[in-house]
Write a protein that binds this ligand. Structure first.
Ligand code: SF4
Length: 295
């Protein structure tokens, strides 16, 4: 049976615009995510419980959003709403429930711009309402010229390796399905891109891996690729750090020691690793004419 919760807020305001996703707001129509990615930082004690796999419907999402959007308009606080920032906005139950669709209609009505982050092809169902948002949204003044569109659609990836993805992202559509969905969104006239987060040390971070990601994205219309390394949090049974090390022990035991050296006592890989990754990513992106920022 589907869990239902009531929320006291659905539209979360940032202190300032987020440089990566351009969001002034984040919005997650559902709590939890059935795609169940092993590396998902929203799992476990960081957010409480097995947040990664239990989906709950936010029963009052639409009425709460209506109230909050009206408030923001009254205060003239317009800006991009990032939909699906911490949980998939298109889990399979969305096909029947249509909550994300209702939310998009509300966003359209109040003319806010939107950045949808997803792994799902179900977004194709909503291209009709997204088209209207794209055309009618009121952008913050400084983005009007730089961006010129009211909708961004980003697809997230950790790897293009189908076998690896089926282990790491067991409930999610395959990488190829995501790429093809992105192409359809691009063909429909939307600004699309890739969120390559996380790049996986020793598994999807070779220069060949990065080139394959960037090239595959480019030929399917991606205008930007935002990337970052893996982060591993927590020592609880549902925490991504514990699950990720279990995954390594089961499938790549030879890498356990390498990861321990790379992460040391931090939640992130060493600075040196991150700088090297960024350098290679920028070089290959430049070669293909893909930006590493949305604007
Ligand atoms: S799709 Fe996103 S939110 Fe869902 S489990 Fe994977 S990383 Fe987490």
């Amino acid at each position: 049976m589907l869990n239902e919760i009531k929320v006291t807020s659905i539209l979360n305001k940032h202190k300032k615009r987020d440089d990566w996703f351009l969001g002034n707001y984040t919005l997650n129509p559902y709590a939890g995510c059935p795609f169940n990615c092993i590396y998902c930082y929203t799992r476990g004690s960081k957010y409480g419980g097995d947040h990664g796999s239990e989906v709950a419907l936010k029963a009052n999402a639409v009425s709460m959003l209506k109230r909050q959007l009206k408030n923001r308009i009254r205060r003239a606080e317009r800006g991009f709403i990032v939909v699906g920032s911490a949980a998939e906005a298109y889990p399979p139950i969305e096909r029947n429930l249509g909550v994300t669709r209702e939310i998009l209609f509300l966003i359209k009505r109040y003319k806010f711009p939107v950045h949808v982050c997803t792994k799902s092809s179900l977004i194709l169902r909503d291209l009709d309402v997204l088209e209207e948002i794209n055309r009618d949204a009121i952008l913050p003044d400084d983005l009007k010229e730089k961006l010129g569109c009211g909708v961004l659609i980003s697809f997230s990836f950790s790897t293009l390796d189908e076998k690896l993805a089926s282990i790491l992202e067991p409930g999610a559509p395959s990488p190829m399905e995501r790429l093809e969905t992105m192409k359809k969104c691009s063909d429909a006239g939307f600004k699309v891109g890739i969120i390559n987060m996380p790049v996986l040390p020793f598994l999807s971070d070779s220069s060949e891996d990065l080139e394959a990601m960037i090239k595959s994205a480019k030929i399917r219309g991606a205008e930007y690729i935002i990337f970052s390394g893996l982060t591993l949090y927590g020592d609880g049974p549902y925490d991504c750090k514990m699950l990720y090390y279990q995954f390594l022990e089961n499938h790549f035991p030879e890498l356990v020691l390498e990861y321990k050296k790379l992460f040391s006592s931090s939640f992130a890989p060493s600075k040196r690793y991150q700088m090297d990754l960024a350098k290679r990513y920028h070089e290959i992106s430049t070669k293909y004419g893909v930006k590493n920022r949305i604007i």
